[in-house]
Design a protein around this ligand. Structure first.
Ligand SMILES: Cc1cc2nc3c(=O)[nH]c(=O)nc-3n(C[C@H](O)[C@H](O)[C@H](O)COP(=O)(O)O)c2cc1C
Length: 350
């Protein structure tokens, strides 16, 4: 039977994946407090529906840094889709294209960024990991992204070291992981592990990045008003409120709880997005209500990919889109412009 929601895809993915791949995809850092909190916080929020509104037509099309998308649900960058299905990120890109939405491709994709761009029909962002030691390498990746038609660089800023994913650490060596496609042409200097090589980036590196490319710059992994203000002051184009799906610093807040302070601090000076725990159309509605322009989904897409390749990833996106349409209709908010803070009950924090 075809799955009818993301959770059914998750259960099927667990059955089908090699245990080490399941552990890598599903795990969170340490006690997985934040991993669980990302979901729990969405579930705590109550909606305030308006009735007797004309919801005959639901319009969820928008733009992200100028690129049109058919819905405010995009694909978060995640590593090694080649462990989920043969075509890896090319399958994911086809799924995003089928839904008219945007995919952010990870530095650590199995397929190269050029192959992904070939498969894509929707807009692409390139997610970048680098360290102060690997600026030259990062610059080569950015030049390739520019040539391949990527529309923005999403710099991940929450990974000065890798969070400790303990289930993953136990089973990691039992699987023969595919290579990082982008590093075949541009190998990392030996003994350096991308972001987490002990030379973590600082605002100086962000300024350097800003100076070497004219592509819009998104910082991924912002969780506080303080850092959001710095982003806006430094001319960053977008901030992605993210705790890396609970995989980095355990016990940080759920992203939906961090979103209001970030949106308030930014005050419209750049675009704001959210990822982390999005599994339902109502989650998307809540994020839009609290200040996100769009959400990104990580694991939900990996589950679809693991179960049925591009078709599965596409179906997951369709399920989320259809659930969002239902939620918008039942909440009496048929357009994105009609979704504001009055959609959710306050106070949010207990
Ligand atoms: C298996 C896996 C690999 C990931 N790899 C990356 C990555 O390469 N770069 C990055 O910026 N974020 C990465 N992330 C974090 C996602 O971009 C995103 O923040 C997170 O998955 C959102 O939470 P969700 O999985 O609950 O939707 C990864 C997440 C997962 C689950």
């Amino acid at each position: 039977m075809r799955p009818i929601n993301v959770f059914e895809y998750e259960a099927l993915a667990q059955e089908r994946l090699h245990p080490a791949v399941w552990d890598y995809y599903s795990d969170g850092a340490n006690d997985t407090v934040t991993l669980r909190e990302n979901r729990a916080a969405f579930e705590r929020i109550r909606l305030r529906p308006r009735v007797l509104v004309d919801v005959t037509s639901i319009d969820m099309a928008t733009t992200l840094l100028g690129s049109p998308v058919a819905m405010p649900i995009c694909i978060a960058p995640s590593a090694i889709h080649g462990a989920a299905c043969e075509d890896g990120e090319c399958a994911t890109a086809r799924a995003a294209g089928a839904l008219g939405t945007l995919m952010a491709a990870s530095t650590e994709s199995t397929r190269t960024m050029e192959e992904i761009a070939q498969a894509a029909t929707g807009p692409l962002w390139f997610q970048l990991y680098f360290s102060s030691h690997t600026r030259a390498h990062a610059e080569r990746l950015i030049r390739r992204a520019e040539v391949a038609g990527y529309r923005a660089i999403a710099l991940t800023v929450d990974s000065s070291r890798w969070g400790q994913k303990e289930r993953h650490a136990r089973s990691d060596a039992t699987f023969d992981w595919p290579l990082t496609g982008n590093f075949i042409r541009d190998p990392l200097p030996s003994a350096i592990d991308g972001a987490a090589d002990g030379a973590a980036i600082t605002w100086n590196d962000v300024d350097w990045l800003r100076s070497i490319t004219s592509l819009p710059l998104v910082l991924k992994g912002i969780l506080t008003a303080e850092d959001a203000s710095l982003c806006a002051e430094r001319g960053i184009d977008g901030v992605l409120v993210s705790n890396h799906g609970g995989r980095q610093l355990d016990t940080v807040a759920a992203t939906i709880d961090a979103l209001p302070e970030v949106a308030e601090a930014v005050a419209g000076r750049c675009e704001v997005y959210l990822d982390g725990g999005v599994r339902r159309g109502t989650d998307v509605l809540k994020a839009l209500a609290l200040g996100a322009r769009a959400v990104f989904v990580g694991r939900a897409v990996l589950w679809g990919l693991s179960v049925a390749g591009a078709e599965g990833a596409q179906h997951v996106l369709e399920l989320l889109r259809d659930e969002l349409a239902t939620a918008m209709a039942l909440a009496g908010r048929p357009t994105l412009a009609s979704i504001d803070g009055s959609v959710v009950q306050r106070p949010l924090r207990r």
